[in-house]
Design a protein. Structure first.
Lengths: 113, 113
């Protein structure tokens, strides 16, 4: 069974801090994704990566960056956290190409104070 | 650009009753279509997917969905719901040209005894 593991379930940080959210998958998937989920807005794609060191912007990349140094790990970075980045963050992975189903982690609920 | 509309924010159904959750999509060609379910505090789990072929798709947990090109719809159905089906349900459309998924805003399902 595919396992996508997000390092923290809950995280509280302060405005202006640099925040790292980590995601690891164990199925050798090529593609990895970061979403944020907000009530009434569904899931919105922040960034995705289709290979090591490769990344593409999603629909809402502003204020975020990503890193993929190893195939199994995809990190989301908030360079200077702001209160409007308080949200649920979901990581996913799939085997490319052609939109194979994405497998999701359990999410990180991030609060920025 | 592709888009997904889930017109029902919240639906309440009695246990044992039938269920239909609506999903309408906008996409220029034959889409990849998915239904995911999210239980409280969890990530998303794939219920079923449509890529091509038979327009009636069977999924896990007794769910099915029907692709209707003429109506741009992909509604999710279940003949008899169980209390454990209470969750949030997301419809998503995939783009053939890349790996991006566009999600609807979700429908929250409540089951009453």
């Amino acid at each position: 069974d595919v396992k996508v593991t997000q390092s923290s379930r809950y995280l509280v940080k302060r405005t202006g801090e640099k925040v790292f959210l980590e995601c690891v998958q164990d199925m050798d998937h090529e593609n990895m994704f970061w979403y944020r989920q907000d009530p009434g807005l569904g899931l919105r794609l922040i960034y995705f990566s289709y290979d090591v060191k490769m990344k593409e912007k999603g629909d809402i990349p502003e204020g975020y960056s990503v890193s993929r140094e190893k195939k199994e790990r995809f990190s989301l970075i908030l360079e200077s956290a702001s209160t409007n980045q308080t949200s649920m963050y979901l990581c996913a992975s799939n085997a490319g190409p052609f939109n194979q189903p994405q497998h999701f982690g359990d999410g990180t609920r991030l609060s920025i104070l | 650009a592709q888009s997904v509309t889930q017109p029902d924010i919240h639906i309440t159904v009695s246990e044992g009753a039938s269920l239909e959750l609506r999903c309408n999509y906008s996409y220029g060609a034959t889409p990849y279509l998915f239904w995911y379910v999210q239980s409280p505090g969890q990530g998303l789990q794939l219920l079923l997917k449509y890529f091509s072929g038979d327009t009636l798709v069977q999924g896990i947990k007794g769910f099915e969905a029907e692709f209707k090109r003429s109506q741009s719809s992909f509604n999710l159905r279940k003949p008899s719901v169980h209390w454990s089906d209470a969750a949030e349900y997301f419809c998503a459309v995939g783009d053939f040209g890349n790996e991006k998924l566009t999600f609807g805003t979700g429908t929250r399902l409540t089951i009453i005894p």
